[in-house]
Design a protein around this ligand. Structure first.
Ligand code: COA
Length: 330
């Protein structure tokens, strides 16, 4: 039994925020952002719109491409670091917004690696015969809580809002489908890319001093992230290829997590894969965390860059640190 992706969908909020727009609200420049990250613009959701809203729109498109009715979905897996609420997760809200009753909804919390982690969970359920049709959504609304002061500007310029979704179905042949997923983590680096507060370890959880110290905003050690992302994604891809007795020449399409154009270039160089085979859209969306791979996957499917029979490799790196790879024969 193999898992195949039968539908993809994506949705980004309509509001475009360019680097020039950011120049007006913070101390940065289009030139700095373009040179360091390759980002030209990103999307921001309006107040009142949550990750579950974006995820639902992406899900509808994926379900439609799969040729299914929503009621045929048997299980939902949702990946996000920016759920609508501290709890519960967004899977349950997506279930209700799609009008589905009582099917299970699982949230995974693996940040930029969230999509591949979730894909691996879906793949195991399908292979085990537990479910035959799973909806996987990945969505983020990050613009609401970025630090637009000098202290947080390194991160604030990177992130955008958006959602991607896939429908994964059981397939009785073995000529296509998800060939493997490999997942990794190194918790020594928790504080190198995190949102430290609010933390239920504190009494009380919300403190005036934390607001003054701007500790409710995400923070990162940009150089540590850069270095580790450039090392770990190629490592994960190499392992995945050797696991499947494939070489880099067999890869038709590589979709790395869209963290930063410079990181993507370094990953492509390290793997010695022609850049034309690497899907890149960070210039338009910035880093949409868990949603970045499924948005890129959906665009690549819809514009014909991915064709039946292609070997498609996914890789991600992010907070945790966590990193991952997946190999799919399309
Ligand atoms: N606009 C203008 N200047 C900025 C800025 C911004 N948005 N953000 C930081 N700067 C400044 C810094 O304050 C620093 O100023 P200083 O030299 O006066 O101290 C200067 O730019 C250079 O900063 P530096 O950290 O040396 O830049 P860098 O070349 O390392 O690039 C990143 C910074 C963030 C672009 C880079 O480290 C990076 O891409 N890291 C990975 C981040 C990532 O992908 N995170 C998510 C992963 S899932």
């Amino acid at each position: 039994m193999r898992s195949i992706i039968t539908g993809t969908g994506s949705y980004v909020p309509p509001r475009v925020v360019t680097n020039f727009d950011l120049e007006k609200i913070m101390n940065t420049s289009d030139e700095w952002i373009r040179q360091r990250t390759g980002i030209i613009e990103r999307r921001y959701a309006e107040s009142g719109i949550g990750s579950s809203d974006l995820a639902t729109e992406a899900a509808k498109k994926a379900i439609e491409m799969a040729g299914l009715k929503p009621s045929q979905i048997e299980f939902i897996i949702a990946a996000t670091l920016s759920p609508d609420h501290y709890f519960p997760g967004i899977g349950v809200s997506v279930q209700t917004k799609l009008g589905l009753a009582s099917i299970g909804a699982l949230d995974v919390r693996n940040q930029c690696s969230g999509f591949i982690y979730a894909l691996s969970v879906a793949d195991q359920y399908i292979r085990a015969g537990t479910f035959r049709r799973i909806l996987l959504v990945a969505a983020e609304v990050q613009s609401a809580n970025l630090d637009y002061s000098d202290e947080g500007r390194d991160m604030a310029v990177l992130f955008g809002d958006g959602a991607g979704a896939v429908v994964i179905e059981a397939y009785d042949g073995n000529d296509r489908g998800i060939l493997s997923t490999h997942l990794f983590a190194d918790g020594r680096f928790v504080a190198d890319l995190w949102m430290e507060k609010p933390s239920p370890k504190d009494r009380p959880v919300f403190k005036e001093e934390y607001i003054r110290e701007r500790r409710y905003f995400p923070r990162m050690d940009g150089r540590s992230v850069f270095k580790n992302a450039c090392e770990k994604m190629p490592e994960a891809v190499r392992l995945a290829l050797s696991h499947n007795q494939l070489t880099i020449d067999d890869v038709d399409v590589l979709i790395p997590h869209q963290a930063n154009e410079r990181i993507t270039q370094m990953v492509a160089k390290n793997l010695n894969i022609p850049i034309e085979k690497v899907i890149r859209n960070i210039d338009r969306y910035g880093n949409t965390t868990a949603a970045s791979i499924p948005i890129a996957l959906d665009e690549a499917c819809r514009n014909g860059k991915i064709k039946p029979g292609n070997i498609v490799v996914l890789t991600a790196f992010g907070s945790g640190y966590t990193w991952a790879s997946a190999v799919i024969r399309w």
